[in-house]
Design a protein around this ligand. Sequence first.
Ligand code: HAX
Length: 433
Amino acid sequence: MIIHEKIAEQLPGWRERVKKLVKEKGDIVIDKVTIDQVYGGMRGSQVLVSDISYVDPAEGIRLRGYSIPEVLAKLPKPDEAEMPYVGGLYYLLLTGEMPTKEQACLVEKDWANRSEIPQYVYNTLRALPKNTHPMTLFTLAVQSLQTQSEFAKRYHEGMRKDEYWEPMLEDSLNLTAKLPIIAAFIYSLKYRNGEVPQVDSSLDWGANFAHMLGIKDKGYEELARLYFIIHSDHESGNVSAHATHLVGSSLADVYYAFSAGLNGLAGPLHGLANQECFGWLLEVRDKFGGVPSKEQLRKFAWETLESGKVIPGYGHAVLRVPDPRFTAQMKFAKDRFPQDELVRLADMVFEIVPQVLKEQGKAKNPAPNVDAISGTLQYYYGVREFDFYTVLFGVGRALGVTANLVWARALGQPLERPKSLTTQMLEDAAVSE
Ligand code: HAX
């Protein structure tokens, strides 16, 4: 596989680079940790490394050095399409090189060859109660595929440490090939006729997802590609990425590690915020019978805050500006369906909510994050069951976290094991200062 060859080519250089850095400069202090950070969810402590993406608080995400607009402009695209191949993005994340169209298509083809899903996965999901949340179904499907792990098999056969990354890559390609189909099946099982989706292997990963959902609109094919690309990675400290990395550091395989990440994504302060945010928008629309006046919206936002809740889709642990992933999606909506009621509402929320959060003075970042608009776009194309939205996020997120897992194993990153202290120890440290 072309990605395998590229990584194998780069690996000696990377291993030497990291070895030299740690050996010669290993005692250089990068960051100090304050009591505030120890008690404050480790916010801002710089203790992880990823060369796959980086979030600049004042700019937003860069994937392998490319901003979101650059990624969308430079990645190769299907003929007459505006949004790039997702396979090209995976190539970029894994190898650090911008692919040619041919290289992107090779990944798409490789995915198509790996996409068969064992029947027992469908049976497992069918056996669960009807009211099971789509994220629970998704996590279980991923976990149930663990029996196929090449990494687990090779580990038990006694593989050498420097080979770990190879079956990790195999597992990552096998898993990511299947995720859109699993997601489409979950959609069918929960909200349609429960049939296994019909794959069209002549279509690219994103377009095929639109096809499997039964949405015959080129616009949704474009949205699917955009959505999966922008949700792929957000450096290593967010809950889904960090949980995947942590579990993977125990040499658990991709299936175990990514299902842990998905469990984290299912939390309302993280990925589930897209479901929560869209629910909040509908609540506003239904209460006011459409787009309210700015004053009505301001009052409603204050009521949310005063009832002790957060306004989903706003704020961020790292970002201090509007999320470029929000901006890209808003542009997509305004270019195509600016008059849509919910787009107009989301736009008004973008004007009012940051003002309200600033007045309240608590949130460090009053600006929108990726979740503030993503549901609005799905809803427009007919994906209206909004408890499904986090599954879509998970399909995209797999691309970034598996790329990170491959490189973590390739560079021999060790078991993650930070140290905890007691409150008494922190108090003693404070007194002795
Ligand atoms: N509405 C109301 N209050 C908010 C807020 C919001 N959107 N964002 C932050 N705050 C509050 C926090 O709850 C916190 O209050 P307390 O001091 O009472 O605990 C205070 O402002 C300071 O928080 P912060 O330092 O600005 O933010 P954190 O780094 O602690 O948290 C969160 C970041 C994203 C969790 C937070 O902004 C939030 O809860 N936002 C709403 C939920 C959401 O949109 N989550 C998705 C984030 C993006 C993502 O991961 N997508 O998957």
